[in-house]
Design a protein around this ligand. Structure first.
Ligand SMILES: [Fe+2]
Length: 391
């Protein structure tokens, strides 16, 4: 009898742990009041359920989908639930799981106003599990609603697939204190290329499920955002061509005062380690600059270089008021540390820094965007650069 009780309790413990939700994070759906909730379990669960409430009295219950994700010997199940047509300017509390598998902690997020607001984004790339210097600030600021969403512009965990995906699991649990509280929007980087980008495809849920999170768009405030894969140009030219057609169509349809793109590798940089962006014939620049210019892109955000750099409005390697600002924000912190700059500063480079840190971008109105760059090299964080970007 005692043996049976011990065995039952061991089995029960194992089941409860394996089916316990972890890695909870949210993202925008096709509208800013549509929110995807994504989480992982190590065992299959009966349902993928989100319960959400504003008053802890009345709960809405929504179920979604579950997909098996195998990374080496690490098998898990990714649950996705869409909370659609939420009320604007509303704080929601939610938990994920179900009564059979277990529930997550209760998290909260706040939906954006319907109109007349100035959305703020934490912007960075290249954040690893080790040396994630910006993450503690982002966790606290997200919970305090000091911004509205994250743009993580490629390169996660270093690398998500390492140690049978356990690095990815730890990284996703590390960002949960931020990413469960506000949309964590992503673009794919070169560190996600393993096994045809399977970790990037499986771990995130962007408003473009049909093309595996690689390219998508959404609108918030006075800005249209367009995310894309720069990695196709290095690994899958056919996919790059399909994406180009989508980019061309999508850019032409945008009607926002500001058009802001983000993709991992920059078109321009003045770093010294001979990456694509520092070359006269950069692949990304040759492929996309004319398209972006013709469609009046205002700001092209990238990462990949482990540093911060902002340019003048420019086109064709020269300052040009009809061109776009380029911002490289790839210094959130990872085990590969900093990428130094060339000694000579190009005439279009306005400010550059190798400090660890992240950007805070506010879409103030139809004519003004504010960028503030934080350094986290020393405690407390400090602003090392700020600028109004204008139409
Ligand atoms: Fe990179």
């Amino acid at each position: 009898m005692l043996f049976t009780i011990v065995l039952f309790s061991l089995l029960h413990t194992a089941i409860a742990l394996d089916s316990q939700p972890n890695q909870v994070h949210i993202s925008y759906g096709f509208a800013p009041n549509d929110i995807y909730v994504t989480w992982n379990t190590y065992a299959q669960t009966k349902t993928s359920t989100v319960q959400y409430t504003t008053d802890f009295l009345n709960y809405h219950t929504v179920t979604g989908t579950q997909a098996k994700f195998i990374q080496g010997t690490n098998t898990q199940f990714v649950s996705r639930v869409l909370l659609s047509a939420l009320n604007f300017s509303t704080r929601y509390f939610y938990r994920v799981g179900d009564d059979l598998g277990g529930w997550s902690n209760m998290f909260y997020f706040k939906t954006v106003p319907y109109s007349n607001f100035s959305p703020k984004f934490a912007v960075f790339g290249d954040m690893g599990l080790t040396n994630a210097r910006s993450l503690p600030y982002l966790q606290r600021m997200a919970q305090d609603n000091e911004f509205d969403a994250v743009l993580h512009v490629g390169d996660f965990g270093y690398d998500l697939h390492d140690q049978n995906g356990e690095i990815g699991d730890q990284f996703m649990n590390g960002i949960e204190p931020a990413a469960a509280h506000m949309p964590y929007m992503t673009a794919v980087g070169n560190h996600e290329s393993y096994h045809n980008y399977s970790n990037y495809k499986n771990r995130f849920t962007m408003p473009a499920v049909a093309n595996d999170n690689f390219y998508y768009n959404f609108t918030l405030g006075d800005a249209c955002f367009i995310a894309y894969s720069t990695e196709f140009y290095f690994t899958d030219i056919k996919a790059a061509l399909v994406q180009f057609v989508w980019l061309n169509q999508t850019l032409q349809q945008q009607k926002c005062p500001w058009i802001i793109t983000y993709g991992h590798r920059p078109m321009y940089c003045s770093n010294s380690e001979h990456d694509d962006c520092s070359k006269v014939f950069s692949f990304i620049r040759m492929a996309l600059e004319q398209l972006f210019y013709d469609n009046h892109v205002d700001i092209a955000i990238a990462a990949h270089e482990h540093s911060f750099e902002i340019t003048t409005r420019m086109f064709n390697n020269k300052t040009d008021p009809t061109g776009m600002y380029h911002i490289v924000s790839g210094s959130a912190g990872c085990k590969e540390r900093h990428d130094p700059f060339k000694h000579k500063v190009p005439p279009w480079s306005v400010f550059r820094s190798i400090d660890y840190g992240f950007g805070m971008m506010e879409i103030k109105n139809a004519t003004h965007v504010h960028w503030r760059q934080y350094s986290v090299d020393h405690y407390p964080k400090k602003v090392i650069y700020e600028q109004w970007l204008t139409k």
